[in-house]
Design a protein around this ligand. Structure first.
Ligand code: PMP
Length: 285
């Protein structure tokens, strides 16, 4: 696999970053994941805009190659022959060659930019989407700026492990009695024809897939309510699902052991997945 590190395309074995890199020492980094379908990028502009916002919120400089990001993504897709899959991008505050809580001088220390591809044949035609996933609920004990897409993913990673241990696929995070989001996705329920998902704030990541799915839902005359909901309300809903760049729209069929609706993917989630894939493919670049 060919990867990109600070201006260079290299075989992955030859790609290196410093042990003093602040993403490694302090999770002082932000990232984006863009999916690839038919060799084209889904929602590239949305991911680039969110990256710019994450960087600004953390007072981090844009990497020098910021304006070339589309070309870099395309070059990696081409060189690695990616038809379906993902591109991971990470920017860190760089390496000052030492460890210090104080941010290094941006005049001297430049951000580290890393990109690599992941080939995932069958991403769109996923067998999992046909059966749906099971989730458990866990306490949301993450920091208070979940709107910034940082690389501090230890708790979400632990949440996935807790889910696995409980025989489920993923976890929904709960704070003050309300669902915030999934470990790596936004959470939704459907009740009486209404699509319900938590409103945007610092409490959740502003999903690029979320924005697209809500737009498509409104265009299809579906009712959308942006508000928080409890696990009990979710268990009593007609349907549930999650969205993310790497899973698109994924039906949820069980929450904490309780089947949702019929315990199979519901018509709204199934239809939204179809619309999302169709429209995103048309708009891919
Ligand atoms: N919430 C969290 C916590 C996430 O990690 C992700 C995916 N990285 C999402 C939501 C979904 O965001 P997107 O649709 O932009 O992938």
């Amino acid at each position: 696999r060919i990867v990109y590190v600070n201006g260079e395309y290299l075989p992955e074995e030859e790609a290196t970053v410093s042990i003093f890199d602040r993403a490694f020492l302090m999770a002082d980094g932000v990232y984006e994941v863009t999916s690839v379908l038919d060799g084209k990028l889904i929602d590239f502009d949305g991911h680039k805009a969110r990256l710019e916002r994450s960087l600004a919120e953390l007072d981090m400089d844009k990497p020098e190659a910021f304006d070339d990001l589309l070309d870099i993504h395309r070059e990696l897709v081409e060189r690695n022959g990616i038809v379906e899959g993902m591109i991971y991008l990470q920017v860190s505050r760089g390496s000052a060659g030492d460890r210090d809580f104080v941010f290094p001088d941006p005049e001297i220390v430049k951000p580290t930019l890393v990109l690599f591809t992941q080939s995932k044949p069958g991403l769109a035609d996923s067998p999992v989407a046909k059966t749906g996933i099971k989730v458990i609920s866990i306490d949301d004990i993450r920091w208070g700026r979940r709107d910034i897409k940082t690389t501090q993913l230890l708790y979400p990673s632990m949440g996935k492990m807790m889910a696995k241990k409980a025989g489920a696929d993923d976890a929904w995070l709960v704070e003050d009695g309300k669902v915030t989001e999934g470990t790596s996705n936004n959470a939704y329920i459907v009740k009486g024809g209404s699509i319900i998902t938590r409103e945007l704030s610092n409490d959740i990541l502003h999903g690029i897939t979320r924005a697209a799915v809500l737009r498509f839902a409104k265009e299809a005359q579906m009712k959308v309510e942006e508000r928080s909901f409890t696990i009990e309300e979710a268990q009593d809903a007609d349907e549930a699902f999650v969205t993310s760049a790497s899973t698109f729209v994924m039906p949820v069929v069980e929450i904490d052991g309780a089947p949702i609706g019929e315990g199979t993917p519901g018509p709204v989630a199934t239809r939204l997945r179809e619309i999302y894939l169709e429209e995103s493919r048309k708009a891919a670049i």
